[in-house]
Design a protein around this ligand. Sequence first.
Ligand code: WT7
Length: 571
Amino acid sequence: MDMQRIPARDGNHNLQDYKKMRENFSWNDVKNNFSWNETGKVNIAHEAIDRHAEDPSKKDKVALLYSSPGREEKVTFEQLSKESNKFANVLKKYHVNKGDRVFLFMPRSPEFYAAFFGILKTGAIAGPLFEAFMEQAIRDRLQDSEAKMLITTPELLGRVPQEDLPDLEKIVLVGDNSEDSDKYIDFKKEMNDATTDFDIEWVDLEDGMLIHYTSGSTGKPKGVYHVHNAMIQHYATAEWVIDMKQDDVYWCTADPGWVTGTSYGIFAPWLHGVTNVIRGGRFTPDDWYGTLDKFNVTVWYTAPTALRKLVSAGEDTVKKHDLTSLRHIMSVGEPLNPEVITWGLKAFDLRIHDTWWMTETGAMLIVNIPSEEIRPGSMGKPIPGIEASIVDNEGNELPPNQMGNLAIKEGWPAMMRKVWNNPSKFESYFINGWYVSGDSAYRDEDGYFWFQGRLDDVINTSGERVGPFEVESKLIEHPAVAEAGVIGKPDPERGEIIKAFITLNDGYENSDELLADIRKFVKTGLSGHAAPREIEVKDTIPKTRSGKIMRRLLKSWELGLPTGDTSTLEE
Ligand code: WT7
């Protein structure tokens, strides 16, 4: 079916003409927006916080509008600057140096953001971890990164396997703590003693600032390493795609444990000195609408999973709230269903703008901008400065309307600079000058890109990326499980759900209780979003002769599709 196209609307944006922008574009021009362009002194924390704190007209502006059940706070740019200076002093006191990895494992809170910028101000590399992670996920990430320090809460401390983390020197505890050990640093006490002056560490644009772990189809999660230079693209896309204006109230719903929550939940708004709403936790549709309503949010960046929940909640729920301040909506993380766009036109009288990018790309690449027509179902077109294409497995470009690997010409400002401790993994992303995404897509004659699926076994469940290997590894730690193969199974609300096929060890009988126990084992050992919603017991798990689990075959079985080439199948 040829979907209705939705034209750009006049009046709510002042973006330049897309074609002209692309033609005359140079990333160098964006550099004029940063103070380092004149001073030569670089640090993303200075551009995002301190620069506004030093500006008399900006310092008292609310940077952070924080809201969570039982706690509401406003933090100005000046306050955030001082609090992060204090925390940087705490880190220096405990010998954190430029390049050290300092991880954060805690819920979103004003303390989180002060600590985050404190880390960057010392020149150290921040590693935010999603608060729902359990022990195995924490162990993998802190071990691989050789983290020197961790900031967490007393409630989450039990999930940190300290005995397995020899590099971890200190743990900062945010919240009332009765622990008595010189391994622990009391956040509140140290912050009370710390001064608000700090000599920020000036760095190179190519120095590290952030590691986000993400899943591939094989192996443990990979540490995707980003550098300060990424700010150039955060800033530019905030202007073109987010349509950021000085008096906006901006809300990005992603947790900073995922890249959307840092690139667009922290940097994009604050590089522009714009008020940023932070709301923690998982919510009901009434909470989503309530937050938009209460804070008079003008620009909203969210995910298809959330939007689909709102659609299911129906029109009566929308009508209970005043959403008239909202003027711009964007989405990321999974395919944005055309039905959701149609619903958005009705519910909000606004277009929902899909954006495509990845942890590895650091910032938006293929987008719908306010000044261009939307073709529902398409992710849009590449931003200025980005060359995107569809290539075959050798890196040769394919003509329009042909499906292939979605690829980006190497070398954009926010691109990952390495995979931590894993140079060969990093190199494996690049073929013939193209960064190959792992997504399949096609491009139409007018340059719009259409997502088709993943080419590898990576699972996308409710917008969260899960590697099957991680889940399989956890499953086989359960005493009843002999072997496991894990796939993504299509699901109307969650995009995909995780389905596990397992074989049982001798002495175990298949029962609902057993399967529930296995599911709980993954949930409490790895994380809730990685726990399989469906588990099926099999006599054998198909493997290649070299012992690799044939997930593709499992998926074909599950979907009732032809099984294709099975010549490598083990006898
Ligand atoms: C994968 C990246 C950084 C964004 C958050 C997810 C899928 C992302 C879209 C979209 C269809 C999308 C892709 C991609 N994805 N955006 N607009 N339409 N699929 O980052 O966890 O690194 O996952 O998410 O499959 O490869 P991530």
